[in-house]
Ligand binder design. Structure first.
Ligand code: AMP
Ligand code: MG
Length: 318
């Protein structure tokens, strides 16, 4: 592939200038780093898929900086969507809505719907406000690897393949956005995230949880069928009270004390820290050549639901 110089910048204005000139630019958000291209620029969208090695049938989330831009990307905002927008925008929530004709099918992977998010991170909003169109952005990592939660990780994965990285702080949440499909009459939770099912139920008591099956003809959220979040090491899930014998090259992350004999461990004080540290811990283990990572499986509630989801999917990738 064509190797390009990847600029590192701390200026939202400069990063937006590069995007507005047709570039592919990574930027920080509160969930994970995003890899952006203008939705009106088909060549940049093509390069974005290419740089990540992302399959073309995995749709991108469109990022807006304010609700003023919503009519540019989505039509038919129903009552469920309105309630969620009022309560959770800007923030770590993506809504799937009927797409506006301005959004190309290359962004939605041929779907009539579009994922829309308005991030809360101030640098992300400043960057998006300088961009001349809404910005399509998947996570800024090589496809299949854990999402990048720091600019250094973005650079490691995508250096030479993208035009620029806007350097911000490490992601405050560290897990990808919650996704709710509001394009049909009953809202559906497609992906768990920092906005929890319990918080969503408080606003929309009728919300249902998507349970994907292999036999589903058209998966509700196409990207969910791909392996995700996986480090090179294999992931072993630990339930409370499991006793294990660790090998010589293993790691551990969780809330409880680590098993004896692990080479590297991270004890998190709460689930928020667990979510924030998970992907960077995976990457740290890979850098040290660790081949098994033991991960404590949290209960299926609150943000624990999102951590479980990522852990289970990472454990199924090998
Ligand atoms: P990423 O930004 O890498 O976390 O990937 C975005 C994910 O959002 C995709 O893998 C899909 O699962 C989901 N997504 C984006 N747009 C849609 C849509 N129109 N309908 C359903 N899911 C979507
Ligand atoms: Mg991703």
């Amino acid at each position: 592939m064509h190797i390009m110089q990847t600029a590192l910048t701390d200026s939202a204005k400069e990063a937006a200038y590069i995007l507005n000139s047709g570039g592919v630019v990574a930027f920080p958000t509160e969930t994970v780093y995003g890899l952006g291209a203008g939705i009106d620029n088909p060549e940049a969208i093509r390069q974005l898929f290419h740089a990540k090695g992302r399959p073309g049938d995995n749709p991108l989330i469109v990022h807006i900086y304010s609700l003023e831009q919503l009519p540019d990307v989505a039509d038919d905002i129903n009552q469920s969507a309105r309630l969620l927008i009022e309560r959770f925008f800007p923030g770590p929530l993506t809504l799937v809505l009927k797409k506006n004709q301005r959004v190309p099918y290359s962004v939605t992977a041929g779907l009539e719907t579009v994922g829309v998010r308005c991030p809360a991170n101030p640098l992300a909003r400043e960057f998006l406000s300088y961009c001349s169109s809404p910005v399509a952005a998947p996570s800024a990592n090589l496809s299949g690897l854990p999402s990048a939660t720091s600019w250094e990780t973005v650079y490691e994965d995508l250096q030479g393949k993208i035009n620029a990285v806007l350097r911000g702080k490490p992601s405050a949440i560290g897990l990808e956005s919650t996704i709710v499909d509001c394009s049909c009459s009953v809202p559906i939770l497609l992906r768990a995230g920092a906005i929890t099912l319990e918080q969503l139920q408080a606003v929309l008591p009728a919300i249902i949880v998507n349970t994907p099956t292999d036999t589903q003809e058209a998966p509700k959220s196409p990207g969910l069928k791909y392996p995700h979040y996986a480090p090179k090491a294999s992931i072993r899930l630990l339930q409370t009270n499991d006793t294990i014998t660790t090998g010589p090259s293993s790691g551990y992350i969780g809330l409880s004390a680590p098993p004896e004999g692990v080479l590297l461990f991270k004890i998190c004080h709460d689930l928020e820290e667990y979510g924030r540290e998970l992907f960077s811990f995976f990457r740290h283990c890979d850098a040290l050549g660790i081949n098994v990572i033991y991960c404590e499986l949290p209960a299926n509630k609150g943000i624990g639901r999102a951590i479980r989801d990522r852990l289970i999917r990472a454990s199924e990738s090998h």
